[in-house]
Design a protein around this ligand. Structure first.
Ligand code: IPM
Ligand code: MN
Length: 352
């Protein structure tokens, strides 16, 4: 198969972890007889510096034309403490999600047998955890009406959802549940918020189309609690944009390191794959960041964007093998030998 992939390395450790994913993808392509055409494009602070826009039109064109987008990270500390900055790297991410129509953000949390004791939670609480969040990504409070009044002394952001937006995300949730263990949890705050009541009503009305799926409805505060008590009691969870942002960060550390969890952002036509972690500015250029979340995002890409499940599985197998062998970056080394980002990539390639 010929695979056309847009490559957006972005900022901070983005380029370093992306390099490893590219090596791994190329090795997989050689093994399974595919041809990958990579097209690199600018995004984030790097794009602001070059052309003044964190998601330039040229980058958008490249993403639209590609079969999939592989993305590193964006964000730069020089913008974080400058509330007056007019353009920010993060705006690029939001613009990209919206322009590519990436409404469903798939964020799994699973454990690795050899890392169980690295989790901040006790073994018996996390063993068997294998859940996936579907976070709505192109609406809600992130994209609602916002502004200032009262000479700048009052600020507001509004959370708006339409039934159509909830329906398309929930449909993905039901379908994902059907392909897994047929359990779906709708996370909302329907005891307080009108938009949550629309979510609940919409999901309830869809239940009859998926009679085999057992649906539960839970409030977001309760889910935040149960996620660290019994994460292995969840399977597929659907939720709105901001709740999903917060809960998926909480869930991402269950596996033992933030540097492990992949994600996919899916639209009707386009799809993007990226690690859950950010640009980790303190580690930039040091060759120490964990590349596995990006490598596992590439596995999701093979599976989801191209339907190449053997290739995806081959990546997961070699990643697990590296962890079992103690070939880990410093976030997981705990006083033992820490391998460099690039050494992890080389090891994976050599073992594919
Ligand atoms: C994420 C990030 C982004 C978000 C930021 C960088 C805009 O935290 O992908 O979860 O809030 O969606
Ligand atoms: Mn986030």
């Amino acid at each position: 198969m010929e695979l056309n992939i847009a490559l957006l390395a972005g900022d901070g450790i983005g380029p370093e972890v992306i390099d490893q994913a590219v090596k791994v993808c190329d090795a997989i392509a050689t093994k399974y007889n595919h041809k990958i055409n990579w097209t690199a494009a600018l995004t984030g602070a790097a794009a602001i510096d070059a052309v003044g826009d964190p998601y330039p039109d040229e980058t958008h064109e490249i993403c639209v034309k590609a079969d999939a987008v592989l993305f590193g990270a964006i964000g730069h500390p020089r913008f974080d403490n400058d509330p007056s900055a007019k353009v920010r790297p993060e705006q690029g991410l939001l613009k990209m999600r919206q322009k590519l129509g990436l409404f469903a953000n798939v964020r799994p949390t699973f454990t690795f047998p050899s890392l169980i004791d690295k989790s901040p939670l006790k073994r018996e609480r996390i063993e068997g955890t294998n859940l996936v969040f579907l976070r709505e990504l192109t609406s809600g409070i992130y994209f609602g009406k916002r502004g200032r009044e009262d000479d700048g002394n009052t600020a507001y952001d509004t959370c708006t959802y339409t039934r159509a937006e909830v329906t398309r995300l929930a449909k993905k949730g039901f379908e994902t549940a059907m392909a897994r263990s047929k359990k779906l949890c709708c996370v909302d705050k329907a005891n307080v918020l009108e938009s949550s009541r629309l979510w609940r009503e919409t999901v309830q009305s869809m239940e009859k189309e998926y009679p085999e799926v057992e649906v539960s409805y839970e409030f977001v505060d309760a889910v935040a609690m149960r996620l660290v008590q019994w994460p292995n009691s969840y399977d597929v969870l659907i939720t709105e944009n901001l709740f999903g942002d917060i809960l998926t960060d909480e869930a991402s550390v269950i596996s033992g390191s933030m540097g492990l969890m992949p994600s996919a952002s899916l639209g009707e036509k386009n799809s993007l794959f990226e690690p859950i972690h950010g640009s980790y500015p303190q580690a930039t250029g040091k060759d120490i960041a964990n590349p596995l979340a990006t490598v596992l995002s590439a596995a999701m890409m093979f599976e989801t964007a191209f339907g190449l499940t053997d290739e995806a599985e081959a990546i997961r197998v070699v990643v697990n093998k590296s962890l079992d062998a103690g070939i880990v970056t410093e976030d997981l080394a705990e006083g033992k030998k820490a391998y460099k980002t690039s050494e992890i990539g080389d090891w994976l390639v050599a073992n594919i």
